[in-house]
Design a binder for this molecule. Structure first.
Ligand SMILES: [Zn+2]
Length: 321
């Protein structure tokens, strides 16, 4: 039995108890505190502190409900360690029903570790790094394909951090492991840099679906079993498929017609999508650049020049646990 309260930001939670509250980042023009909402479940036996976040992109809803559901079902009496839920990291993007912040239009998932003297999103990122990262032992970052598209279920394990993050990456349970991405500034980066495992899990998008909420919840539960926080056997696949993605952007604007679905296998040259104008003339064909798997597919029909239309996955081989 642990007797020490767990503290994170301004919150304190005694063993066997729950807590909720806000880590403040700034004050709105009408005097309301803005920040990072937290849900904490502190167990009664020693164990790791697992943080599960969602809503880094405000229009990715399924994981936000997953965080609340996992926290609600976790019994502090039987939990070993501590569960920290961040149901919506980027409330300013959620309120704008947008991927990016309604306050400064930044994409929060490209600007970590942030800047305590910068714009609101930079301050938010810096607050997470200063107050959350030191208080946790591992991070699961839940995403979807966003309002505009749908993504095949996959787990992102940052290249260069395989030893640290691959075990929880495999326990997330999805067949596809994206050792990516090439871009920096995600919420994973400062957490990994602090020597703590961090992964991103992607499922669904385009609209909110119960099946996607539960898929995320299954991943979190299996990782909690692997970390010894709850009882039960860890489910692992015999093999996983390592992929990396390339983003195809439209040259022409128009109406988007898709011919494949996320997760479909394709041969080089296969027609993935067609963009037509309002008269029905084809203005662009999107074809598979090589053999591979469709990772993300646009679902909204409006296409503007330069919009992302497909993320195409190249297969690099098998991973065995
Ligand atoms: Zn996202």
């Amino acid at each position: 039995m642990t007797t020490t309260p767990y503290t994170i930001g301004p919150l304190s939670c005694a063993p066997g108890e729950r807590a909720e509250g806000l880590i403040p980042v700034g004050t709105s023009s009408y005097g309301v505190e803005l920040g990072i909402p937290l849900l904490v479940v502190n167990g009664t036996a020693p164990g790791p502190v697992l943080c599960v976040d969602a809503g880094v992109h405000g229009d990715e809803y399924d994981g936000q409900e997953t965080v609340r559901r996992i926290v609600a079902e976790t019994d502090p009496e039987s939990l070993r360690g501590t569960l920290v839920g961040i149901p919506c990291m980027n409330t300013a993007a959620f309120e704008a029903a947008s991927r990016v912040s309604g306050l400064d239009h930044a994409n929060l998932n490209r600007i970590f570790p942030g800047d305590a003297d910068g714009s609101f999103s930079l301050r938010l990122a810096a607050t997470f790094v200063a107050q959350v990262v030191p208080a946790i032992d591992a991070l699961i970052d839940l995403h979807t394909g966003g309002t505009y598209g749908e993504i095949a279920p996959l787990t992102i394990v940052q290249g260069g951090f395989e030893e640290l993050a691959m075990p929880i990456g495999l326990a997330a349970g999805h067949q596809l492991i994206w050792k990516g991405g090439k871009w920096g500034g995600t919420v994973r980066h400062p957490t990994l840099a602090a020597g703590k495992p961090a992964i991103t899990i992607e499922v669904g998008g385009a609209t909110y679906r119960e099946a996607h909420v539960e898929a995320h919840a299954d991943s979190v539960r299996n990782i909690m079993r692997q970390l010894g926080m709850i009882d039960g056997e860890v489910a692992l696949r015999e093999t996983y498929t390592e992929v990396s993605g390339t983003f195809a952007r439209a040259i022409a604007g128009g109406f988007f017609l898709d011919h494949v679905a996320p997760g479909d296998e394709c041969k080089a040259g296969d027609l993935l999508a067609t963009i037509v104008d309002h008269y029905g003339h084809t203005v662009e064909e999107v074809r598979a650049p090589q053999d591979g798997i469709v990772l993300w597919q646009r679902r909204i029909r409006t296409v503007r020049p330069g919009d992302e239309v497909v993320i195409f996955g190249q297969v690099h081989g098998e991973i065995r646990p």
